[in-house]
Each structure stands twice: as C-alpha cells, then as structure tokens.
Ligand binder design. Structure first.
Ligand SMILES: CC(=O)SCCNC(=O)CCNC(=O)[C@H](O)C(C)(C)COP(=O)(O)OP(=O)(O)OC[C@H]1O[C@@H](n2cnc3c(N)ncnc32)[C@H](O)[C@@H]1OP(=O)(O)O
Length: 190
C-alpha cells in the first residue's frame, strides 16, 4: 500500500496527528481540520473519512471503509478497528416519507438524524458491517461480518447478525497482551 510520507501527513492539515500515523495516498480525507489521529493509527486504500473524527492510538481502518463523522462526530478508542468495507454513519436521512431526502435537497426540506457514534477501546468490526448514528459500541466488543449495528452494545460481547445480537462473551486475554505490547514498543521512535 502507498502511504503518504511522514512530512505529507504532518502538512495535510489534520487537527491533530500523533507519531507513526499512516494514511494511504489513495484514501479520500475530507475536513482534515476536524480530524484527530492518534499515535500509530492507520487509514488504508479507498477509504472515505470525513467530518468530525477522533481516533485513539493503534486504530486501523481497512480498505473501502466509510467513516462519516458529520457534525456530531465519530470517536474510535485505542486498538479499535474496522475490517474491509465497514460503514459508520453519524447522520442519516428520514426514511419515513415525512421529508425529502438526499444531499441535493436543502436542509429545510429534510430532517436528518444526527448523533455521535463511539467505538470503544479494543472493538473490532467485521467486514461489510454497518453502524447507525447514535450507537455506542462499548469497550471490548467484536462485531461479526455483515452485521447491522443499530443499537448500542454492552461491553465485551461478540455481536453478529441483522440486527446485531449478542451471541457470545468475548475473552479479555487481549488486555494482558496489550500490556506486553505497549511495554515492548514503549521505546519505538519514528
Ligand atoms: C482485519 C480483518 O480481520 S479482515 C477479515 C475480516 N474478518 C471478519 O469480518 C470476520 C468476522 N468474524 C465473524 O463474523 C465470526 O463469524 C464471529 C466472530 C461473529 C463469530 O465467530 P465464532 O465465535 O467462531 O462463532 P461461530 O462460527 O461458532 O458462530 C456462532 C453462530 O453465529 C453464526 N454467525 C457467525 N458469524 C456470523 C455473522 N457474521 N453473521 C450472522 N451470524 C453469524 C454462526 O452461523 C453460528 O450460528 P449457529 O450456532 O446457528 O450455527
């Protein structure tokens, strides 16, 4: 994958950018002045990243994801990630028929639902899943491929399906590995 150089990342105009951040030269980034990227976070090819967004450290966005932060924002915690083709929305049109829809129509004829999305620490979301506005994916959850997450989750569960259901408890072994990993990498410099 072709990533921007460290200097290009620094000069991109992000609100904040940590060390070791990688951004693909094939990603589409809008409103960089609203986007904060934590240490070692990585955005891969053909993603669209826009609006108010905060990534913690070691956040990974795999190819073909959409992260649409809008006004309300999307916050992703440390060590969280989106697999291929995940779409996270912080706003959506009114599908009931009470208003007009789509971005070619002015705001007075529409009623968009806008609400912040939070993706907790260590959350991983499987390929081609969709996350709706207002959802809080609590710390430690994993989400199976092709899942529709339309409601907030409780911590450390494995969720899948349409709509998402808690199918299993997620192990917390990774917390011990996190401690070891951070210890091993504490002297890394980039
Ligand atoms: C960066 C990268 O990782 S790139 C590759 C991206 N990887 C992915 O997207 C993989 C995500 N993983 C999954 O979807 C997995 O199936 C998991 C984590 C949801 C569950 O895996 P396991 O814990 O091994 O569960 P298991 O395979 O036993 O499935 C349990 C049940 O849930 C069902 N199920 C599993 N995954 C899904 C899913 N994504 N959607 C709907 N149902 C599912 C199974 O069919 C099974 O149902 P059954 O009991 O009626 O037979």
């Amino acid at each position: 994958m072709a990533y921007l150089t460290e200097r290009e990342v620094q000069e991109f105009g992000f609100k904040a950018v940590g060390k070791g951040v990688k951004v693909s030269s094939n990603a589409s980034i809008y409103n960089p002045e609203l986007i904060e990227l934590g240490d070692y976070s990585r955005i891969d090819d053909f993603c669209v990243i826009s609006g108010n967004i905060t990534f913690g450290m070691h956040v990974h966005i795999a190819p073909f994801c959409l992260v649409a932060g809008g006004d309300k924002g999307i916050i992703m915690g440390d060590f969280s990630g989106l697999a291929y083709g995940v779409q996270v929305f912080s706003q959506s049109d009114d599908y009931s028929g009470r208003t007009l829809t789509n971005p070619t129509v002015t705001a007075q004829f529409k009623r968009e639902r806008k609400a912040r999305v939070t993706v907790g620490k260590h959350v991983i979301i499987g390929a081609s899943s969709v996350v709706f506005p207002g959802v809080n994916l609590a710390e430690g959850c994993s989400v199976g491929a092709m899942t529709l997450v339309n409601k907030s989750t409780k911590p450390w569960g494995i969720y899948s399906g349409n709509p998402a259901r808690r199918i299993k408890e997620r192990k917390r072994d990774l917390l011990e590995l996190e401690t070891q990993f951070l210890k091993e990498h504490e002297n890394d410099s980039i």
